[in-house]
Design a protein around this ligand. Structure first.
Ligand SMILES: Nc1ncnc2c1ncn2[C@@H]1O[C@H](COP(=O)(O)OP(=O)(O)O)[C@@H](O)[C@H]1O
Ligand SMILES: [Mg+2]
Length: 314
C-alpha cells in the first residue's frame, strides 16, 4: 500500500485516502483507489509474472486509440476513461509493476449473468460501431495490426516434445489430449501462413469480448479491458458470439451497420483455434514458469484441465 501510495502521489499528484483490492481478471491485480470523493480503478501488472510483458507492451499504442474513439465515435461514455500521469503518460512503473489508472466505473460486471435483449442490442451496436473504423483513423494503428502470428507455438511444441520432463501431474493431465493438441497446433500454424497471404478487410477489434469485460453502469453497457485492441479481420471479435444463444439477435443488429456481412469461415477457424491455444498456453506458462502458491497452482491446474477437455471440439 505504501509503495503504491507514493507512486500515485509522485506520478499522478493524487493523495489516496483509501485503497481496496478488487477481484481482478487473469492478467493483473486491481484496486479501487479513493482520494476523498473521487475514485479510480488501478490495474497493476506485476513484473514477476511471465505474461506481463505481453499485456503491457502496447499500452502507449492502444490507449490513444481508445481516447480517439471516445472523442470521435458513438462509443463515447461506453469505454473506461484512462487517467494520465502528470507528464501525460498512460502508464507508470516501479520495480514491482506497471500501473494503469482509470476513472472508477460505478456499476455491475455482467460476468456469469446472462445479457438481456436490450444489452445484446446495445453490445451489437457497440461492436458494429467499433468495426466502422480502421487504419484511416488519425492515430497510428500499425503497432496493433494483425499479422496472424502465433509466437508461442514454437515454445509450446518444445515443451510438449519433452513432456516427460514436466511435473508429473501436468504430464498426466496433458497426455490424454496430446493428439488433439498437436493437431490443433498444426491447423493453426497452417492457417497462420495462409491468412498472411490474403488481402482481408481489417477494422478495429477488441478481441476479448467475454462477459467479464462488460459492465452495466447506470443506464448503459460499458466495454472494458482494451488491452487486446487490434486492427484485424472482424472475426477476431465475432468469434465470441457464434456459440451464444443470442447470436441471431446480435448479428441481425450488427448487420444494420454492416449490410450483407458474412463471416469468413477460414478466418473464424484460425481465431477460434489460436484463442484456444493461447488459453492453454497461458495456464501452462503460469504452472511451469510463474512462482505460484499451492492453492493458486491447484486452481490453474483446474482451469487447464477444463480447457483441455474441450479441445476435441476444435
Ligand atoms: N474502470 C473500472 N471501474 C470499476 N471496475 C472496473 C473497472 N475496470 C475493470 N473493472 C472490474 O475489474 C475486473 C477486471 O478488470 P479488467 O480490466 O477486465 O482486467 P483484466 O485485464 O485483468 O481482465 C472487471 O471484470 C471489472 O469487474
Ligand atoms: Mg478482463
Amino acid at each position: 500500500m505504501d509503495k503504491t501510495k507514493s507512486l500515485l502521489k509522485e506520478k499522478y499528484k493524487l493523495d489516496i485516502t483509501n485503497m481496496i483490492p478488487q477481484q481482478g481478471g487473469w492478467a493483473a491485480l486491481a484496486y479501487k483507489i479513493c482520494c476523498n470523493e473521487r475514485c479510480f480503478f488501478l490495474k497493476v501488472y506485476e513484473k514477476s509474472r511471465t505474461s506481463t510483458s505481453k499485456w503491457t507492451a502496447l499500452i502507449d499504442q492502444y490507449v490513444p486509440i481508445t481516447v480517439w474513439l471516445m472523442k470521435n465515435s458513438r462509443l463515447k461514455n461506453k469505454l473506461p476513461v484512462p487517467v494520465p500521469t502528470i507528464t501525460g503518460d498512460f502508464k507508470s512503473e516501479d520495480d514491482r509493476g506497471i500501473y494503469l489508472l482509470y476513472e472508477y466505473i460505478e456499476g455491475e460486471t455482467i460476468g456469469d449473468k446472462d445479457l438481456t435483449m436490450k444489452q445484446v442490442d446495445e453490445l451489437a451496436n457497440m461492436i458494429a460501431e467499433l468495426h466502422l473504423y480502421g487504419e484511416e483513423i488519425p492515430v497510428g494503428t500499425n503497432a496493433i495490426k494483425e499479422d496472424f502470428a502465433v509466437p508461442f507455438l514454437m515454445q509450446m511444441r518444445t515443451v510438449l516434445n519433452q513432456i516427460d520432463e514436466l511435473p508429473i501431474d501436468v504430464e498426466l493431465l496433458i497426455l490424454p489430449h496430446m493428439e488433439h493438441l498437436v493437431r490443433l497446433i498444426d491447423t493453426v500454424e497452417r492457417w497462420s501462413a495462409v491468412l498472411t497471404q490474403r488481402n482481408l478487410r481489417m477494422a478495429l477489434c477488441h478481441t476479448d469480448l467475454h462477459h467479464w469485460n462488460l459492465m452495466q453502469s447506470g443506464g448503459r453497457l460499458m466495454l472494458i479491458d482494451w488491452e487486446g485492441l487490434k486492427l484485424a479481420p472482424v472475426e477476431a471479435d465475432l468469434m465470441f458470439f457464434i456459440d451464444k444463444p443470442y447470436y441471431q439477435e446480435f448479428i441481425t443488429n450488427y448487420r444494420k451497420m454492416h449490410n450483407h456481412f458474412e463471416i469468413n469461415p477460414d478466418v473464424l477457424q484460425f481465431y477460434r483455434g489460436r484463442r484456444k491455444l493461447e488459453d492453454i498456453w497461458e495456464f501452462m506458462e503460469q504452472i511451469l514458469f510463474d512462482r505460484q502458491e499451492a492453492q493458486e497452482r491447484a486452481a490453474t491446474i483446474n482451469q487447464l484441465s477444463k480447457e483441455l477437455n474441450e479441445i476435441f471440439l476444435y
